[in-house]
Design a protein around this ligand. Structure first.
Ligand SMILES: *Cc1c(COP(=O)(O)O)cnc(C)c1O
Length: 369
């Protein structure tokens, strides 16, 4: 799915020099490399304030804690996402309220968000899934009307633009991840909180370091959510390459789209991902097919890696059984879980490898019926 070694190879000398410089500096947590990275990535994203943290999951924890979301509160979110989106809501003691997604974009259904608002709703937590922005105009209108916050889960969406601006700058907080498989991947775990509001930025910064301000005085309870200097320093080497990598992801998506369209297969056999805005960054290229499991097995036999994001939507996870969402309660998400397949899209995939994947997908699906 991802050839990390090939992506890092051209940068290797600079990465090793940077790592050595950090090791020699004796400064391993926060500090000047982190501050420089926070400024550079703020410019790239197009947001005023950034707070480097220990992971994308911890970015969500910091945002929820900084907004004071706690037991008795409800947070409306999508079940079709990575676990931590819903997991973090539960970890602060609040109740995740899952609503269904749109069948074309896999992003949260704004009309369902509107009908799920109650007097306990404190926040809406949309996920810009696979790198495509949610309908932020619609969500902002609901948040404004009901006086609740928006936390953007932008873990898969660094650099994503929406018609109303860059993701991460459109809610109270944006949360990003530098997990190795994300578009800007670190060398271990790291993440980022973003905000346009200086007071919210300060709150997040305090929560990041145990809630201490000044040191050893705690007006609020935080955690150890700090980013390592080493991760920040190495991410600074990769950040200038990100725009070119994203362009390559888009070009790969265009080639898949064109090839699959010209194959002329029926909708149920093969649906390519819908692109609503030009600002999609394609963290994943996810097709739908009614023969998903058979296709994946065929591709595996051909030594082609694929992945299923996500096989079980959060409302059907065992740990959330007590929330009481029976099978069939969020049918669009459940159906997506049975039909989605992510194909390799990473920069460096190359036309020859991509053509082999396209041929394998099309030739298999053309003979199943
Ligand atoms: C990756 C991811 C996260 C979590 O990020 P980590 O850095 O792995 O903790 C959260 N939400 C979504 C949608 C993700 O894809």
């Amino acid at each position: 799915m991802l050839d990390m070694a090939a992506q890092n190879a051209p940068l290797m000398a600079r990465l090793i020099d940077k790592a050595a410089a950090v090791i020699r500096s004796g400064h391993y947590i926060l500090g000047p490399e982190v501050e420089a990275f926070e400024r550079e990535v703020a410019d790239y994203i197009g947001v005023k304030h950034t707070i480097g943290v220990s992971s994308g999951t911890d970015a969500l924890m910091v945002a929820l804690m900084a907004l004071g979301i706690h037991a008795g509160d409800e947070v409306i979110t999508t079940p079709f996402t990575f676990f931590s989106t819903g997991g973090c809501v539960a970890r602060v003691g609040a109740t995740p309220v899952f609503v269904d997604i749109m069948p074309d974009t896999f992003n949260i259904d704004v009309e369902q968000v509107a009908s799920a608002v109650t007097s306990r709703t404190r926040a809406i937590l949309p996920v810009h899934l696979f790198g495509q922005a949610c309908d932020m105009e619609g969500l902002s209108a609901i948040a404004k009307k009901h006086d609740c916050a928006i936390i953007e889960d932008a873990a898969q969406a660094i650099g994503t633009r929406s018609p109303v601006g860059p993701v991460g700058a459109l809610g109270a907080y944006g949360c990003f991840s530098f997990f190795p498989s994300k578009n800007l991947g670190g060398f271990g775990d790291a993440g980022l909180v973003t905000t346009q509001d200086p007071e919210l930025a300060e709150k997040a910064r305090v929560i990041r370091a145990h809630g201490s301000k000044p040191k050893y005085y705690h007006a609020v309870i935080g955690g150890n959510f700090r980013i390592d200097a080493l991760q920040a320093a190495l991410l600074r080497v990769k950040l200038p390459e990100l725009e070119a990598w994203t362009e390559e992801r888009r070009a790969n998506a265009d080639r898949y789209d064109a090839a699959f369209k010209s194959a002329g297969l029926s909708e149920s056999l093969l649906r390519t991902p819908t692109r609503c805005f030009d600002g999609h960054v394609y963290n994943q290229y996810v097709i739908r097919t009614s023969h998903r499991d058979a296709l994946q097995a065929h591709l595996r036999a051909e030594h082609i890696d694929t992945a299923i994001y996500y096989p079980v939507p959060l409302h059907r996870q065992e740990c959330f059984a007590s929330l009481g969402y029976p099978e069939g309660s969020l049918p669009v998400s459940e159906r997506a879980s049975a039909e989605v397949l992510a194909l390799p899209i990473f920069p460096g995939l190359g036309e020859a490898r991509q053509d082999r994947i396209i041929d394998a997908v099309v030739s298999f699906l053309a003979q199943v019926e």
